[in-house]
Write a protein that binds this ligand. Structure first.
Ligand code: ADP
Ligand code: MG
Length: 263
């Protein structure tokens, strides 16, 4: 799925959620069960993903096994082409593996219907990309508001939550600005506000500082640290050692193979 499509993705039923509906989605039901918090949020076992290009079969992920627990801040570090984005797409339920097992909140991903997966992406995961992916015709606050519109959140509550999300990334004073009127770092802060406005339990960031200078990257990392302190689970993908070592724990990826590292 293209990143823009994801940003604009609409849950197939975009009515406001009620508790009954929430309980029907395994991911949301799992989140309601306190005992789940003690177990892995993400549990990947021997995940493989292949791409066929002509005669050549590329192993983008080669028996990838990893665990991520609630409230962790984990970085995934590897060079270009090592399989980072492929891994993020699978963790974020944007793509499925060719082999292996993925448990999300203790439930095999194959047990989720397409509808459930759309809800998981909308409600449970906040995505941040290298290229920000803001909608250029919408102001900062309208970009942040969009996921809430898709969720059917009422206008009054939307306004309050957008305000809070922009405050969390120190951008309240730029709420009415269009993306082109913002610096790269500010655009990424809007994108982070958009990712967290739905209170996702997991923030997945794919090279979020890749297009930013080192000073601005530091500012963005401070925001991730702040979110982590507030209890968010963060998986941050990077090719930059300095960025990776700011996480509590780093997982290295090379040729689609994962290994835990000390940086
Ligand atoms: P990274 O994000 O670390 O740069 P990717 O996950 O994008 O790495 O890619 C891993 C490998 O899989 C690379 O060799 C890449 O060329 C290949 N690959 C990724 N996506 C596709 C695709 N849609 N079709 C074919 N090959 C792909
Ligand atoms: Mg990538």
């Amino acid at each position: 799925m293209a990143e823009e499509e994801l940003v604009q993705e609409k849950s197939s039923d975009d009515e406001e959620w009620d508790e009954t509906e929430a309980a029907e989605c395994p991911a949301v039901a799992a989140e309601c069960a306190d005992s789940r918090y003690d177990s892995d949020m993400i549990d990947l076992k021997d995940i493989c993903k292949y791409y066929q290009i002509g005669d050549e079969r590329v192993r983008a992920l080669d028996h990838a096994t990893m665990h991520i627990y609630p409230h962790e801040f984990v970085s995934i570090i590897g060079p270009s082409g090592s399989g980072k984005s492929t891994l993020m797409n699978i963790i974020g339920c944007l793509d499925v593996s060719d082999a292996g097992r993925y448990l999300l909140d203790g439930i095999p991903i194959e047990d989720y219907s397409e509808n459930d997966l759309a809800k998981v992406r909308n409600e449970k995961i906040g995505f941040v990309f290298q290229s920000f992916n803001l909608i250029s015709k919408l102001s900062a606050e309208e970009n942040v508001e969009l996921p809430l519109i898709y969720q059917g959140v009422k206008k009054h509550e939307r306004d309050e939550r957008v305000k809070q999300a922009l405050e969390r990334v120190n951008l309240s004073h730029r709420a009415k600005h269009m993306p082109t009127e913002l610096s790269g770092g500010q655009q990424q802060r809007v994108a982070i506000a958009r990712a967290l406005v739905t209170n996702p339990s997991l923030i997945l960031a794919d090279e979020p500082t890749g297009n930013l200078d080192s000073h601005t990257s530091q500012e963005i990392m401070q925001i991730f640290h702040g979110l982590h302190k507030q209890g968010n689970t963060i998986v941050l993908i990077t090719h930059d050692n300095n960025v990776a070592k700011e996480a509590q724990r780093s997982i290295h990826i090379l040729d689609g193979k994962l290994s835990e590292v000390k940086l």
